[in-house]
Design a protein around this ligand. Structure first.
Ligand SMILES: Nc1ncnc2c1ncn2[C@@H]1O[C@H](COP(=O)(O)OP(=O)(O)O)[C@@H](O)[C@H]1O
Length: 305
């Protein structure tokens, strides 16, 4: 109840709609993990390294907060379609021992379940538009509530918030520690989306695009080799129905219109860490860890093997 009250006072205009039309309004409380015991590892405070770009006008976090007393990290990934949010959020989730919660995956799961809403949702997703805040909060609340019941006390969110209203609602119910804004040169985004492939059996994510952008006008050359599937996945690859050129262009337009302001929302609150991806995973992952002052010993060992 306290969370609902806070929602009403902090998100005026949003809460009225949510409370009246949101069928699972009681589950909004699951956004808030504050009463849970920590079930994960506690990490020391993280100091960002100079390799991360933190907007000078409004400094990002000077010390990156990680786990707090009583709960695990609550981080958000922002970034355009195709930038690699899913890839890096999944890696950090394994490293930090917190769930990676992708609203895109929740939507695709809902679509594949052929529930009563699925054809309506498919139409919106396949046009590259955003679902309504109510629908997405409904899906996310259910996932968070299930996690809370399993003892989860933190998360890495990928794909949420995507509108100012979603950001206000999230900020109203929990204090997000850190928002990582992944950035990639625009020329690479469309190619990366069109090259995306998923294994229909194991769900593995791959990319067949071979990106080689020549250095021009002072910008450096950028190479991103394809991320090819292992032989047993090769014949089972599928492409997302919203990864066509027309739909990706629309998603990029919608991102600029609806989601770009969310970056400023967090920048003003000093929570935004801007990270320019220098290339593919082998170059970018160590740099991201360095920016977060984290160590991936398993990865180092497997590279050395
Ligand atoms: N927070 C959200 N708000 C509204 N719609 C969303 C949200 N998250 C996901 N969706 C819907 O699911 C689709 C796929 O999401 P996602 O996999 O995150 O896409 P992208 O690759 O564009 O980042 C979006 O285009 C949108 O229709």
């Amino acid at each position: 109840m306290a969370v609902l009250n806070r929602l009403i006072s902090r998100s005026r205009g949003c809460s009225a709609i949510i409370l009246s039309s949101y069928p699972y309004s009681h589950s909004i409380r699951s956004f808030c993990f504050k009463s849970c015991e920590s079930s994960g590892i506690n990490f020391p405070p993280v100091v960002p390294s100079p390799s991360s770009t933190i907007t000078p006008a409004s400094p990002g976090p000077s010390v990156i907060p990680t786990a707090r007393e009583g709960r695990n990290v609550q981080w958000v990934f922002l970034g355009c379609p195709g930038v690699g949010k899913g890839t890096y959020a999944a890696r950090l989730s394994t490293l930090l021992g917190v769930p990676h919660i992708s609203t895109g995956d929740l939507v695709r799961h809902e679509l594949s379940s052929q529930g009563p809403l699925s054809s309506q949702l498919a139409e919106i997703v396949n046009q590259g538009k955003l679902l309504s805040d109510e629908i997405i909060i409904n899906l996310l609340s259910k996932r968070l509530e299930a996690g809370e019941a399993n003892g989860e006390t933190g998360f890495i969110l990928d794909g949420f918030p995507r509108t100012i209203r979603q950001a206000e609602i999230l900020e109203g119910v929990t204090d997000i520690d850190l928002v990582i804004n992944l950035k990639l040169r625009e020329e690479a985004l469309l190619a990366k989306c069109l090259g995306r492939r998923i294994c229909s059996e194991c769900g593995g994510n791959y990319n067949v695009a071979c990106i080689d952008i020549k250095g021009e006008d002072g910008s450096p050359q950028m190479q991103m080799p394809p991320l090819l599937p292992p032989p047993n996945c090769e014949s089972k690859l599928i492409t997302r129905s919203d990864d066509t050129e027309e739909v990706v262009k629309e998603r990029l337009r919608v991102y600029n219109e609806m989601s770009r302001p969310v970056e400023e929302f967090y920048r003003r609150r000093g929570k935004l860490l801007e990270f320019d991806l220098p290339g593919g995973i082998p170059e970018s992952w160590p740099r991201l860890l360095q920016a977060l002052n984290l160590d991936d010993n398993d990865n180092k060992e497997s590279l050395a093997a």
